[in-house]
Design a protein around this ligand. Structure first.
Ligand code: FDP
Length: 354
């Protein structure tokens, strides 16, 4: 716990002072995201009373029933970040294409990608929800950015974070200088620093997976989960299972307590042969945070931050958490899942990093 009261603004300013060439872009951007998070938190708390729980009238671009809170969260993030002059584009799970900055506002050199309300199946049951976001630097010379600017691998992230709407609301971020967590004090309406340079514990406690999907798993993933449970001949430990159906909630618990979250690629021919989670705005940002906390994230074959998206809403298998646990998943897959690898590997672009 920090003994002084440090807001997100102050924390970023103090970090930027260490770099004389810092432009201040992040402080403004993060203020926008933090304000959106406070508004979303307020709305999730009173959603039942305010009548915005449950499905909106239409499906989102993935054919999923769009929940009213999803729509609200999406619009709130856009409205809090569109005018600050630091972004040239945004990408959201809820929008088919890249979202341009309205002509009336100045543009900057960054691209914001986000999943405005992750874990939406938890909305109707008052379960934990989250927002995941990441920031890329524009690569093209186009003033307002291009689709290619948004299609960057996770290695290109310059900042990433998430907000968890649980018993309290927490804001977690990294700009590549450690992972820092803030908790919303509702009495003053500010996120206050609760942990600086967070490291995930070396000895893990939990694994998180939707065990109900086991019939779709590949042999390697099945053996791996048995290894996590202590049932495999080579197991040295047995972890407890925790799965909420909200990636942010499961990732956050494992970050604090040690563990691994997985949503694997399923058997070839299954609709989720390439996993379920979105590469650009779910896997990439959380992978950056995991690495900064001493962990690792993989698509089952290698560092998921090296996978270059060819589509905005591309899905990816994901194994994320303690490095040793994630590397063990890669071993099981390499050993037992040649059939899956034969169909998966040619379908994605993996950058080679020396
Ligand atoms: P949801 O579809 O409810 O938004 O991001 C997708 C996600 O939730 C993750 O938050 C969650 O971990 C996972 O999907 C849950 O999927 P299953 O219901 O298939 O387990």
């Amino acid at each position: 716990m920090s003994s002084k009261l440090v807001t997100i603004d102050r924390h970023i300013l103090e970090q930027q002072r260490k770099f004389p060439n810092a432009t201040g872009a992040f402080s403004e951007l993060m203020s926008g995201i933090a304000l959106a998070a406070k508004i979303i938190a307020r709305e999730t708390t009173r959603a039942g009373i305010a009548g915005i729980l449950g499905a909106a009238d239409h499906l989102n671009i993935h054919g999923e029933e769009q929940q009213k809170l999803d729509v609200f969260a999406d619009q709130t993030i856009f409205r809090m970040c569109d005018h600050i002059g630091r972004l040239c584009l945004m990408v959201s799970e809820e929008n088919d294409d890249v979202i341009p900055i309205p002509d009336e506002f100045p543009v900057g050199n960054y691209i914001l990608v986000c999943d405005p309300l992750d874990g939406s199946s938890n909305i109707d049951v008052n379960g934990t929800l989250g927002t995941i976001w990441g920031v890329y630097r524009k690569m093209s010379h186009s003033e307002r950015g291009t689709l290619e600017d948004a299609l960057q691998p996770g290695l290109g992230l310059v900042a990433a974070g998430y907000v968890i709407y649980g018993p309290s609301t927490m804001f977690v971020y990294t700009t590549g200088m450690g992972v820092h967590t803030f908790t919303l004090d509702p009495s003053v309406g500010e996120f206050l620093l609760t942990a600086e340079n967070l490291r995930t514990p070396d000895s893990p406690k939990y694994y998180s997976v939707n065990q109900g999907k086991e019939k779709f798993w590949t042999p390697g993933v099945r053996a791996y989960v048995q290894w996590l449970q202590g049932l495999h001949v080579e197991s040295q430990q047995a972890l407890d299972a925790r799965y909420t159906g909200s990636l942010v909630a499961d990732f956050h618990r494992n970050l604090l307590c040690g563990g691994v979250y997985l949503y694997p690629g399923e058997m070839p021919g299954s609709p989720r042969a390439n996993g379920k989670l979105r590469l650009l705005y779910e896997a990439g940002p959380l992978a950056f945070i995991a690495e900064q906390a001493g962990g690792y994230a993989s698509d089952g074959t290698g560092n998921v931050r090296c996978v270059k998206p060819s589509q905005l809403h591309q899905r990816t298998p994901l194994f994320i958490g303690n490095r040793a646990l994630v590397e063990q998943a890669e071993r099981f897959i390499r050993l037992s899942d040649q059939q899956w690898l034969d169909q998966y590997e040619p379908s994605r672009v993996m950058l080679k990093v020396s």
